[in-house]
Design a protein around this ligand. Structure first.
Ligand code: SAM
Length: 302
């Protein structure tokens, strides 16, 4: 006979019910997974202050459409004087319009290059007439890797081997806890755990594919002191960690610094690869002689 459980599925915070023979156990497991999935889809991926700003990618796309409309107008005017705009010429004109409009809309400088090249590249690549399956596969791969970049404005790129080596002497003596916010494919965690086995390493990553790679890497490599979590760094409490490491982008740095100040304990260390904050000068800067001449900005919390 199965025991009757007096808790409803909604009351279950954990998918595992204490009552082992509970008939609700299966539905609780499904409920827990569903709840986790919904949280993941809806949790904030951008710092709170920026939630209401239109993402630059949306602005850029709209400006491409506007650039296309202006190109149609230009082609029409040219046609009235007997001039034909070839497809590549039209694409290039669209790029120029989109780049100029992007400048007026105050997109960052690197968006101008994207705006200029986007339409000409579309024309050139479609002329290559590749099988459609390639595009679907490419789209699926890019979606899995850059899943949340649209919202976070932090793409996936990796700290160099030299940066990972430069982090080792910055770790505190004795046992310590380490958190990589935006841990990508987990290379920082596994390299540091190989160099300093006395640390407890955690990483939080919002994009599913990089997270899966890091999870597998940790399991296959037998890094028992490494843990990869799938979720948003904005929901991650930084208080338990002695060292917090970030390699993100200029966009979230001000909000991340505010979070660090709110949550990290005095005496703990915040390290940012390549991106500093305007609110406080770093206590120390370590120059790394890698391809990008990376810099590690280090703040000890007071
Ligand atoms: C530049 S990569 C750095 C990867 C790794 N930390 C390293 O140094 O090699 C930044 C990563 O942060 C992730 N990311 C961006 N915003 C995030 C957020 N709000 N929560 C969790 N991860 C985030 C991105 O998906 C990306 O994989």
């Amino acid at each position: 006979m199965q025991k009757k459980c007096d808790r409803s599925v909604q009351q279950l915070r954990s998918p595992v019910c204490a009552c082992c023979e509970c008939p609700l156990r299966v539905s609780a497991l499904a409920y827990g997974s569903l709840r986790r999935l919904i949280c993941l889809m809806t949790e904030p991926l951008r710092p709170p202050a920026r939630q209401r700003r239109t993402p630059p990618i949306v602005v850029a796309l709209l400006l491409q459409v506007l650039g296309g409309a202006l190109t149609v107008g230009t082609a029409y005017l040219l046609a009235t004087v007997g001039l034909m705009l070839p497809p590549l010429g039209a694409a290039f004109t669209t790029g120029v319009y989109a780049a100029l409009l992007g400048r007026a809309a105050r997109l960052d400088a690197w968006w101008m290059v994207i705006q200029l090249c986007f339409a000409p590249l579309v024309v050139l690549v479609s002329a290559a007439s590749l099988p459609p399956g390639i595009w679907i596969a490419l789209f699926a791969v890019l979606l899995a890797v850059y899943w949340s970049t649209f919202r976070t404005q932090v793409p996936l790129y990796l700290s160099s081997t030299k940066v990972r080596q430069a982090l080792v002497p910055l770790l505190p003596p004795g046992r310590f806890t380490f958190m990589d916010v935006g841990s990508g494919v987990g290379g920082v965690l596994t390299d540091l755990s190989a160099a300093r086995g006395d640390g407890e390493y955690h990483g939080i990553e919002s994009a599913p594919f990089p997270w899966l790679v890091s999870w597998l890497r940790i399991r296959i490599g037998g890094h028992r002191n490494c843990h990869a979590h799938l979720g948003s760094l904005w929901n991650q409490d930084l208080a338990p960690y002695d060292v917090v490491f970030a390699y993100l982008s200029p966009v979230p740095m001000a909000a991340l610094w505010a979070k660090v100040r709110r949550e990290m304990r005095p005496g703990t260390t915040f390290i940012s690869n390549s991106f500093t904050v305007t609110a406080a000068a770093p206590d120390r800067v370590v120059a790394v002689d890698d391809l990008h001449q990376s810099r590690l900005y280090i703040w000890t919390q007071r």
